[in-house]
Design a protein around this ligand. Structure first.
Ligand code: FRU
Length: 488
């Protein structure tokens, strides 16, 4: 994308005449592959979810946003609110990168509630005249006019000794004693990734405690977007490490996102006793997830349904990416489970199919473009089973299960005109720990999100089929209850 000179990438939205921005919005709104029920940018590029928090009857969810094109440039925070995690209200740009410490981007960060107000902490990204990066961590709060007021100067103005300027994405949390902590993604001076922890009495003045001690002292060159929370008696650290090599069916994407489950942290002690790293999502397009606690105590996760440094077919229409559906997390038998939030059943419009059926040979069961498909009580009478969606003569997205190896595979090689990140492969697999018994699949105009065995494994991916590719076809021999809901 050669027109994306440095100058073009760092052009602020305020430089653009409002009528030009309106025209961009209109062009994007009417372009192909726009989502029906996912959070997507009005123009330009969306990346990480930010500032996810619940307050006073409303969920606040922000995202990283470059308004002027499908590239990573000057980042704003765009603000959405919802009462139910299903229907989202567009609140517009809330955090504007127009101060010296964030002159080259208001990078990722988190939300927290203090003094009955939504607060945030984010990374100010600044480039100097020699294009050297300077990062700081800035606290702010959401005003009633919908804008974030920054508490400048930055709460953490520089990077501590021993780390590079790749030091970002503070996630703030409060412990029972009332003490505040924040965990930040970092790169050590020896170019390995880790996270560090700060402590504060008031969430404004922060003291550096040091590095969180894990069993993975060398695991990639940078850890982005850390998140720490406690769930079902365990401590969970989420992060997005960069620089991990593929290993069997694992780590197939350019960058990964995953977690450690361990003993709850006893901060300010920085030892973390934990199990091995697990990926959160075995699909193609998933990164930089963030969680929050819901009104009723559930832990809710949202990710970016995209990846850095990959181009997508919608780029030519001047927009890119979406957030995933919210997922509710739990730990069952020591394993993290992710289910679509229960509120999402509200999306179901018409029931297109709801029967127990026996699949034999190839059957086209229905046509749909934007739908939820649920298979339960699955019983295979042959070694394997497959189905495809968004199918027509030359297009299909294929889901395949091999009962002998318990391997589940998704193939997007024929999903549409262009396949993103083709050099990273066109299929993804996981090996289940139990026989496949249930499956839930959400398909939007240009995405799928698959939940296997009641949240044991999840996969997200972007696909770019024609609107007319609507077939749903099964093959193999199996019995199951199949429900299909139109979500358009
Ligand atoms: C992750 C990330 C973050 C950074 C943000 C900038 O995708 O690189 O580490 O804060 O995106 O947009």
């Amino acid at each position: 994308m050669n027109q994306w000179t440095r100058e073009a990438r760092y052009r602020p939205l305020s430089d653009v005449d409002p009528s030009v921005y309106q025209a961009m919005k209109e062009e994007v709104r009417t372009s192909p592959w726009r989502f029906s029920y996912h959070i997507q940018p009005p123009t330009g590029l969306l990346n990480d979810p930010n500032g996810f928090v619940y307050h006073d009857g409303l969920y606040h969810l922000f995202y990283q946003w470059f308004p002027l094109g499908p590239v990573h440039g000057l980042k704003y925070w765009y603000h959405m609110t919802s009462k139910d995690l299903v229907h989202w209200f567009d609140e517009g740009a809330a955090l504007i990168p127009n101060d010296d410490p964030d002159s080259h981007g208001a990078y990722s960060g988190s939300g927290f509630i203090k003094d009955d107000q939504v607060h945030i902490m984010y990374t100010g990204n600044k480039r100097d005249a020699d294009w050297n990066r300077h990062t700081s961590q800035i606290v702010g709060h959401l005003r009633s006019d919908g804008r974030i007021e920054k508490h400048l100067p930055p709460a953490i103005p520089t990077v501590p000794e021993g780390y590079t300027e790749h030091f970002r994405d503070p996630k703030v949390f409060q412990v029972a004693s009332g003490m505040w902590y924040c965990i930040i993604g970092a790169q050590r001076s020896d170019l390995t990734g880790c996270t560090v922890i700060y402590q504060s009495q008031d969430a404004e003045h922060w003291t550096f405690l040091g590095e969180l001690q894990t069993n993975y002292p060398t695991f990639g060159y940078m850890w982005e977007c850390p998140d720490y929370f406690e769930l079902d008696g365990k401590g969970v650290l989420l992060f997005s490490p960069q620089g991990i090599e593929p290993d069997g069916v694992n780590y197939q994407n350019i960058f990964q996102s995953g977690y450690f489950i361990g003993e709850p942290l006893a901060l300010p002690n920085l030892e973390f006793t934990h199990e091995s790293f697990q990926e959160l999502d075995f699909g193609f397009d998933f990164y930089a997830p963030q969680t929050t606690e819901a009104a009723d105590g559930r832990r809710i996760l949202v990710g970016w349904m995209g990846l850095p440094d990959i181009s997508y077919p919608s780029d030519i229409y001047n927009w890119a990416h979406a957030l995933t559906l919210p997922r509710e997390l739990s730990i069952e038998h020591g394993q993290l489970r992710q289910r679509p939030v229960r509120e999402l059943t509200q999306l179901r419009k018409e029931t297109l199919f709801d029967e127990t059926i026996l699949f034999e040979q190839d059957v086209t069961i229905a046509e749909a473009e934007i739908f939820e498909l649920v298979l339960s009580d699955l019983k295979l009478t042959s070694d394997s089973f497959r189905f495809s969606v968004r199918q027509e003569a030359t297009e299909q997205t294929v889901f395949h299960y091999d009962a002998v190896s318990r391997q589940f595979t998704i193939d997007r090689s024929r999903s549409g005109a262009e396949v993103p990140a083709e050099s990273f492969g066109t299929s993804r697999s996981t090996v289940l720990t139990k026989d496949l018994h249930t499956l839930r699949l959400f398909v939007d105009r240009s995405s799928f999100e698959l939940f296997l065995n009641d949240g044991e494994a999840v996969a997200s991916g972007r696909i770019f089929p024609k609107g007319s590719s609507r077939g749903i076809e099964f093959s193999g021999e199996a019995a199951a209850h199949l429900s299909l809901y139109d979500l358009s």
